[in-house]
Design a protein around this ligand. Sequence first.
Ligand code: NAD
Length: 358
Amino acid sequence: MEKIKIAIVGTGNIAKSAHMPVYKKRDDVEVIACADIDFEKARAFAAQFDIPAAYASVEELLASCKPDFVDVCTWPAAHAPVAIAAANAGCHVMCEKPICHNLADALALKEAVLKNGVKFMLAVPLRYGDSAVKARQLVDEGVLGDVYYGKTAYVRQRGIPGGWFSCSKYSGGGPIIDIGVHRIDLAWYMMGCPKPVSVLASAVYKIGDYRDETKVDTVSDEVSANNEWTGAQVADYKFDVEDSASGVFRFENGAQLLFETAWTFNGPDNNTTQIAGDKAGITLEPFKLYKADGKDLVEETLEGDLGDFFGNEIAHFIDCIRNDRTPSSSIEQAVQLQRMLVGIYESSKLGREVSLKD
Ligand SMILES: NC(=O)c1ccc[n+]([C@@H]2O[C@H](COP(=O)([O-])OP(=O)(O)OC[C@H]3O[C@@H](n4cnc5c(N)ncnc54)[C@H](O)[C@@H]3O)[C@@H](O)[C@H]2O)c1
């Protein structure tokens, strides 16, 4: 079987700690090139993982080699230009979440993907977790009945990632874009991806950058004591994003999804997702089925956990390329998800429910 040739653009933390280890374990793929606007970083990455070529831009990379797919691991503001360049060069694209920096970029990317007939997959790894896939299967089999409710949270008491993550010019937003997106997509996927019609939400900056007070060095490239994750440092850095958000999405089938997310919150950490239908409900943490049995509700512990979600995610995309299938987190779903994220900010700004209809 011929190996699938991959190029990675953006050689930072996610490429290093999550994607490369999966590629290295597979013998049906090879990473033939990488690129980063910080060329020294790309060179070091290539040396670390035995990648034959490193470049300073996606344009240079695409002019020099022809990968089967480009894995976009840059900060969100660069997702669209990099992914569009790859699609225009005839490469399939896997793109880190969120699809883009704003809705216009997401729509431009969709156009490029459709025009060039390439495959696109949004990297939202939690929906590829074993328990999430099993939950969705139960929904598709009708075990839950009419799924009318979802509740999902990714809340950190204290956990602002370092670097560009909190600077909207690069990230497009704070915890909504960084971590909330994971749980919103996960719950939406488990609910069967109903069509969103509206959102009422609030995105606020209340506690703010506690790292200033504790004198955490925000210009260091090290992972600090307070931050589990530190993105690349940017010269024009300023913290100008929300620190928490909450709200409710409504869907065309009448279902609703409540969400909350925060980098800083004066309450417990919360990383949970549940959905409920008129016949049964599911919680992921713990992984349980709550099934109506006459007057009673029977609780059943389900087997499994999220498992190797990064491995499953990449395996899914490779399977889609090899067997001409449409990825689960397709370009259409990625655009809808972006519409939902952008809607949160719009609703918060206007102080009312906003439409998500296209
Ligand atoms: N799936 C997950 O669990 C998860 C976790 C963390 C981050 N992410 C996502 O992964 C992406 C990268 O995050 P990270 O933590 O690796 O950030 P990072 O800062 O460590 O790496 C991003 C890299 O992209 C490079 N870059 C920026 N613009 C570029 C361009 N136009 N061309 C080439 N390189 C460019 C930067 O120089 C930097 O080295 C983000 O979209 C983030 O949201 C996903």
